[in-house]
Write a protein that binds this ligand. Structure first.
Ligand SMILES: C[S@@+](CC[C@H](N)C(=O)[O-])C[C@H]1O[C@@H](n2cnc3c(N)ncnc32)[C@H](O)[C@@H]1O
Ligand code: SF4
Ligand code: SF4
Length: 339
């Protein structure tokens, strides 16, 4: 394991991975999301010009994730943004709620060369969907997904690689096995389980609360994950968790390790830029602490990306992250510490 504390300023390279929040507007208000609670920042879209300005400063950029807290399909410049990044040979993906993913968008996303599209669905039934995502759009999304995977097959193209995402909570876990079967039915070959994150240091809202999150003391959750894994194996699907962990491990934590967050490499390897240009250490931090000022490490509309990345605030964050008393966002982000 590398000790990040030994990474001195001059040995730290610019990030090869960027999260670019191309919009913080959304057409939904899901009950686990900051959109439901009330956003940290004013509404805004990021423009193609701004994306070019930011990414030009990262010559070795390898991967761009085009979502933050908002729905990427609401940004009309999305196709041009993807094309720009693909012209630079960058791997591009994003999460979407899939509501707007009609045949026109499907065609555009194929043509742009988008690498991966992750659809956040969280349920295997219309009622389950409404309980988490607050609106009855389940049948529409299933129809969008079915036509998209049929179209990919017909055109014999493999990109974008489609996957279905399930934000697991106590309330919806019983739908996980059916969710895996549903993925197979609509022709999607990858399923991911995400762990619900909530503020460890403050208010509770919607589903973002400790009694809703999954952990290893819940035998029912473990049983459902194992059952889902067996179904995925039988149907030939990939079943994984966020951070590419095995789903069971993702809720089990590491009680033997005193400071497990130290193994998180995000503050050293990626940067998250919000629609307003603010830089955060990762996409989990705005969900895991109410101390937003602390996690804003600079602004790329006001300073160069390198000045932010190598700046004092970022360095202090990295140093604290490598201690037994890390920033609040890191203490909260892993639950029993599982990320
Ligand atoms: C904020 S959304 C933005 C992209 C898009 N609007 C969507 O829903 O996929 C990105 C991801 O965050 C997840 N998410 C929302 N609330 C969360 C929470 N409290 N803990 C962990 N993940 C959460 C969503 O399920 C989604 O997969
Ligand atoms: S999870 Fe995605 S779709 Fe739902 S409110 Fe948040 S940003 Fe919007
Ligand atoms: S909040 Fe979590 S994911 Fe983000 S830097 Fe801290 S430990 Fe890593």
């Amino acid at each position: 394991m590398s000790d990040y504390l030994t990474i001195e300023r001059e040995k730290l390279n610019l990030p090869k991975s960027l999260y670019l929040e191309i919009t913080n507007r959304c057409n939904l208000r899901c009950r686990g999301c900051i959109q439901y609670r009330g956003m940290w920042e004013p509404e805004r879209n990021m423009s193609l010009q701004e994306i070019v300005m930011i990414t030009d400063q990262v010559p070795e950029l390898e991967r761009a994730v085009l979502h933050g807290i908002g729905e990427p399909l609401l940004n009309k410049e999305l196709p041009a943004i993807i094309r720009h990044l693909k012209d630079r040979n960058v791997i591009v993906n994003f999460n979407s709620n899939g509501v707007l993913l009609n045949e026109e968008w499907q065609q555009i996303l194929i043509e742009t060369g988008l690498d991966e599209l992750h659809i956040s669905l969280d349920a295997a039934s219309a009622d389950g969907y409404t309980a988490v995502r607050g609106i009855d759009k389940f049948d529409l999304i299933i129809s969008n997904l079915t036509s998209f995977s049929e179209s990919l097959k017909r055109k014999q193209v493999s990109n974008p690689r489609l996957s279905l995402w399930f934000l697991g909570s106590r309330g919806n876990m019983s739908e996980l096995p059916a969710f895996v079967r549903l993925a197979a039915k609509v022709g999607v070959k990858e399923v991911y389980l995400q762990r619900l994150v909530y503020f460890l240091d403050g208010e509770r809202y919607g589903l973002a609360r400790p009694d809703e999150t999954l952990n290893s003391t819940d035998p029912a959750a473990l049983r459902l994950i194992r059952e889902s894994q067996a179904i995925a194996d039988r149907l030939g699907l990939r079943f994984s968790a966020s951070g590419l962990r095995e789903p069971v491990l993702s809720i089990q934590g590491e009680p033997t390790s005193l400071s497990p967050w130290k193994r998180c490499s995000r503050p050293f390897s990626l940067m998250y830029v919000t629609a307003n240009g603010n830089v955060l250490p990762c996409c989990i931090s705005p969900f895991s602490t109410t101390d937003y000022d602390y996690i804003v490490l600079g602004n790329v509309f006001e300073s160069s990306l390198a000045d932010v990345w190598f700046g004092d605030k970022y360095q202090l964050f990295r140093k604290q992250h490598q201690t037994t008393l890390p920033p609040k966002c890191c203490r909260g982000c892993g639950g029993h510490w599982s990320l």
